[in-house]
Design a protein. Structure first.
Length: 257
């Protein structure tokens, strides 16, 4: 019952409609979403950016955390940590970290990307293995793709039902995703009404997702493009995530009066 997976998967599908513009995020941004499963608040997820240096390169270090709360934390403890170290200018990832514990299921992996050689080296710390895989040009990881999207989306050219593709590397494989644009919609939040862009990632139906079009996401229709809402139908029940806290945004959050 990997309740936090859809939240992080939706971030990985948002690398579309590219056109460079002013940076959408600061190097000290913090966003929190509360996640409800079957109507009960049982999880929370956070995303935080920091300016750092990796192997002599200036990077934006993004830390994504997911944790169970309330009753779920007693019976099914979740402690997930996802990280990306991406180039501060191009937003391509240099390193991806996945360290998770979901009810006793654990994974601890570090992936280093060599974009000159189109290679990804996967260091599985749990199983003590190191393997190298081929990757396409400008491959993204689950977290870096969301920030790349935020910096490159061209809202002036978006058309209803537009579909674009993305390739990212995850779990020793290259994955192709499609993202469909569903228009704009006003979303009620604890901060007031926020005008949003609405998307539907087309994902493969499997043990987690109910069907191909089970995910719907809303991001703020402003220069920030922060996640505001997520809904997902999974095999058992449904998930809803909503914006519960933010700080350090580079631009004002656009609200509807």
């Amino acid at each position: 019952m990997k309740i936090l997976i859809p939240f992080f998967i939706f971030l990985s599908t948002l690398n579309m409609f590219a056109q460079h513009q002013e940076s959408a995020f600061s190097d000290h941004e913090f966003v929190k979403l509360k996640i409800k499963y079957l109507g009960f608040r049982m999880n929370e997820a956070t995303l935080e950016t920091k300016k750092e240096t990796l192997n002599g390169k200036e990077v934006i270090h993004v830390i994504g955390k997911g944790r169970s709360t309330g009753l779920l934390n007693v019976f099914f403890k979740v402690r997930d940590r996802y990280e990306t170290y991406m180039d501060s200018k191009t937003n391509i990832p240099y390193r991806f970290v996945r360290n998770i514990n979901e009810g006793g299921y654990t994974k601890n992996v570090i992936i280093d990307f060599d974009h000159d050689k189109n290679k990804a080296t996967v260091n599985d710390l749990k199983h003590k293995t190191v393997k190298t895989f081929d990757t396409p040009n400008d491959v993204q990881d689950m977290i870096s793709s969301f920030y790349y999207f935020r910096n490159h989306i061209d809202t002036s050219n978006l058309k209803l039902n537009d579909e674009q593709e993305l390739t990212l590397f995850f779990d020793n494989e290259n994955f192709n995703f499609k993202l469909k644009y569903l228009g704009t919609q006003t979303v009620r939040t604890k901060f007031g009404k926020i005008n949003c862009l609405k998307f539907r990632p087309l994902v493969m139906a499997d043990r987690v997702f109910k069907e191909e079009e089970s995910l719907t996401i809303w991001v703020s229709n402003d220069k920030n493009k922060i996640p505001v809402k997520l809904t997902a139908d999974i095999v058992v029940g449904s998930i809803t995530a909503s914006l519960s806290e933010y700080k350090g945004l580079k631009h004002p959050l656009s609200k509807v009066n």
